[in-house]
Design a binder for this molecule. Structure first.
Ligand code: ATP
Length: 228
């Protein structure tokens, strides 16, 4: 489902972020991406939804060859991938409901489908009763739940999360992890870059460690492997 062969990435300023990545991730896996700051984790996950283009190598997501994808086809790739960020990236003037609905409005779903799907995902993340709230009326954990709801409302096959618990306290982080596990249990592939030793060692999954642009470890039910 996600296949990378000998992928390199050198940014325009000459920084080598990835220098020969080979990976095969199957549908339904839950994978942590760990490693020191600047190791290339964000670059690695951004390659998958073409926020970053590889300098060399092959990337395939399902049947899509990400390298050769024409710019106008990139939105089709992104429909298969939900993205969750550390800082939530919610639209501040839109309600919880509207933030989640927006993802379906841009692909012109019918109002009836939008209403049904939005309420379903808000129920899944436990925020049905706060549908009319604005983002700044919510706690950090609740805001992250909204951004997860937005990421999955289109039923993507893959959810990519870049440090999703980075701004949350340990208890809230565990609650967010349980939501990710529930999404994974429904068959969605999850890729999560994280610096959280506690999360990785508590919720055991496949661990891919990146250092200096290379995969140095790839273990099923692995541990965090760094001090903090
Ligand atoms: N847009 C960019 N232009 C130039 N260099 C970049 C760009 N984005 C990242 N880099 C560099 O590429 C390297 C890898 O960065 P990346 O963000 O992938 O690391 P990371 O492992 O996600 O780090 P962190 O854990 O701190 O988020 C770093 O040296 C970084 O400075």
């Amino acid at each position: 489902m996600i296949l990378m062969k000998d992928v390199h990435k050198t940014y325009a300023n000459g920084v080598v972020a990835l220098s020969g990545i080979n990976v095969d991730i199957k549908q339904g896996e839950f994978v942590y991406i760990v490693g020191p700051s600047g190791a290339g984790k964000s670059t690695f996950i951004r390659l998958m939804f073409r926020e970053v283009k590889p300098s060399n190598g092959t990337i395939r997501i399902n049947d899509i060859n990400v390298n050769d994808l024409k710019e106008r086809k990139v939105p089709y790739l992104r429909r298969n991938i939900g993205v969750v960020y550390q800082d939530f990236k919610l639209l501040p003037k839109l309600s919880v409901y509207e933030n989640v609905a927006f993802a379906l409005e841009v692909i012109e779903e019918s109002p009836a489908v939008i209403r049904k799907r939005v309420m379903e995902v808000l129920d899944l993340v436990g925020l049905k009763n706060k549908a009319r709230f604005l983002p700044d009326e919510l706690s950090g954990g609740e805001q992250q739940r909204v951004s997860i709801a937005r990421a999955i409302v289109n039923h993507p096959k893959i959810v990519i999360a870049d440090e999703p618990t980075g701004n949350l306290d340990p208890e809230t982080s565990r609650e967010i992890m349980k939501i990710f596990e529930e999404i994974n249990d429904r068959g969605t592939t999850i890729l999560m870059a994280t610096h959280s030793k506690e999360i990785v060692n508590t919720f055991r999954k496949r661990v891919i460690a990146i250092e200096d642009g290379l995969i140095v470890r790839d273990e099923h039910r692995g541990d965090y492997g760094y001090e903090s």
